[in-house]
Design a protein around this ligand. Sequence first.
Ligand SMILES: [Zn+2]
Length: 208
Amino acid sequence: MIYEILPVGPLQCNCSIIGDETTREAMVIDPGDDIEDILALISKHNLQVKQIVITHAHIDHVGGAMKLRAATGAPILLNQNDYALLKMLDAQAAWVGMEFPGKVEIDQSVAQADTVKAGSLVANVIHTPGHTEGSVCLYFPVQKKLIAGDTLFAGSIGRTDLPGGSFEKIIRSLHHKVLALPDETVVIPGHGPLTTIGEERESNPFLK
Ligand SMILES: [Zn+2]
């Protein structure tokens, strides 16, 4: 498995590039910004991007998706419950002081129990509403890795005070779906350092 994590944009969203070493097929998760840097890593590893997966429709996660689609031809995937939020991308840009990247078009919705693939690498889509209504996490069961978007951070959880956010729902998603994963699962949050499910189960103040 080729795995690159690249913090992109002013809010340093963790963009993941995941590639199959044999077939060179890849998926990119959350290309929020800095698409030139993402493309440089893709060509360094000689990868072909097959899917662009967005964990949720916040600008720092989705802002560069159209540019990456134009460069790779890969479809953009997002849970349909975040389509409304995606329509507010210009307002979101104003909130965080970013430049409006232009309208983002989604090619396909991803929902609970769907899978996304890059060659032999397979991730299960886990719908985890709370940070936004359409937030998803991606779980690679063979590699025991979880791309958590802004649902779970090392020592914290996603904020729920933005439109579409719900504290009750994020807590339910975390307890019923995320904490159901094995302790040894490595968590790649949407921002900040990596952690594990065991570590968060043990010490995350929001999960006690
Ligand atoms: Zn977010």
